[in-house]
Design a protein around this ligand. Structure first.
Ligand SMILES: Cc1ncc(COP(=O)(O)O)c(C=O)c1O
Length: 369
């Protein structure tokens, strides 16, 4: 059992290079300190309609969008309950895609996996074959766009084209660790539901999850008793249509922060954010190749998280600790089974080339590279 460890309030600030949570601008943090107001007041309608419509503008989508008080995990459950009657196809290639499959199984769905070795990307041809040879039509294909455990960016655009040939099969995309830092044409890629958490490339505090929902996905739920209550598309979207608010009490302070940060994101623009993230990723990948190796398959490397293969056998835990101690920068170890064999740098949100270089310099110093 974990013993109580008193929170002292006395901790040095660390610069976060994690694959989320990531750095949040100071004015965005400050935006949360407001006297509380009620979630049924007009002021709430102003706030919620602003953040929903600004996000649609940023993502350049005409689809419906909901912002819920939850972490992104909520939308693994909700999209499964809302869109999958019976069967779901899930390509698994790392910890998060495996968990997506597992969540659906726990909800009683029949899940067919296409299993890849960690570090490999999902191949569109495999999805095509699985859809062509399935005995019955899948209710949905569910996949992770950016596999945070391995640093792989999957080709969801090509896969979406394939899934679009099956009008009764929905396409569900977990874009949790990349949306906002890796451009995606949502409608153009035939995506029915795509979701993220605010603590990743949106660079906001954790606590809200965002999901973009196609008209077809919304319609699908109308007759469905098994749809999620909390994350039900209709419940969320109808409430928004009628009242411009959320169906239950949201985390208002985080929405205040969201409003502020989304203005910054709009100012920069989706494409420019994509370019900045690509630059950071290219720099980090080059650095990693110079000193170590890359874990993700070539041609499919993430714009927001680089997973580095620890070819020098450095003590990952110790290096992370020393960099934190000496520089107040925090990066991440590898995930699960590849914990010591890899480490990860999150270059997402508000980071830029300069801040990423500061981290790689610190790692070089501490690890004697
Ligand atoms: C790809 C992916 N999916 C799902 C999750 C879970 O997100 P959350 O912790 O916001 O529920 C994460 C978290 O890191 C993730 O990277």
């Amino acid at each position: 059992m974990t013993e109580k460890r008193e929170y002292t309030g006395d901790y040095p600030n660390k610069r976060l290079y994690l694959p989320g949570p990531t750095e949040v601008r100071e004015d965005v943090i400050n935006a949360m300190s407001q006297p509380m107001f009620g979630h049924r007041m007009d002021r709430m309608t102003d706030l919620y309609t602003t953040i929903v419509e600004d996000t649609k503008e940023f993502l350049d989508t005409d689809n419906d969008l909901t912002i819920l008080t939850a972490s992104g995990t909520e939308f693994w459950e909700a999209t499964t309950l809302n869109l999958v009657e019976d069967s779901l196809l899930v390509p698994t290639s790392g910890a998060f895609s495996e968990r997506q499959a597992n969540v659906a199984e726990r909800l009683g769905k029949n899940v067919d996996r296409i299993e890849y070795t960690w570090g490999e990307a999902v191949k569109p041809d495999d999805i095509k074959t699985a859809l062509e040879t399935a005995d019955t039509q899948y209710d949905a294909v569910g996949m992770v766009m950016n596999e945070t455990s391995t640093g792989v960016r999957n080709p969801v655009e090509e896969i979406g084209e394939i899934v679009s040939e099956y009008p009764d099969t929905y396409f569900i995309v977990d874009a949790i660790s990349c949306l906002g830092g890796d451009y995606i044409d949502i409608e153009g890629s035939g995506i029915d539901a795509i979701f993220t958490s605010t603590q990743k490339a949106f660079a906001m505090p954790p606590g809200l999850a965002v999901c973009v929902v196609s008209d077809d996905a919304y319609e699908q739920e109308l007759e469905k008793d098994s749809a999620s209550w909390y994350g039900g598309f209709q419940r969320c979207l109808d409430y928004y249509d009628r009242k411009g608010q959320t169906h239950s009490t949201p985390a208002i302070p985080i929405m205040l922060a969201y409003r502020r940060q989304m203005k910054h994101m709009l100012e920069e623009g989706h494409q420019a954010r994509d370019r900045r993230h690509r630059e950071m990723a290219e720099y980090t990948q080059e650095w990693a190749k110079q000193h170590f190796d890359l874990f993700a398959e070539e041609g499919y490397r993430s714009q927001t998280v680089t997973c580095i293969e620890n070819t020098q056998d450095i003590d990952v835990g110790q290096t992370i600790g020393q960099v934190s101690e000496k520089y107040d920068y925090v990066f991440s170890n590898g995930y699960g089974d590849i914990g010591e064999k890899t480490f990860r740098i999150g270059h997402m949100g508000e980071h830029d080339l300069e801040s990423i270089k500061a981290l790689t310099d610190a790692i070089e110093d501490v690890a004697g590279l």
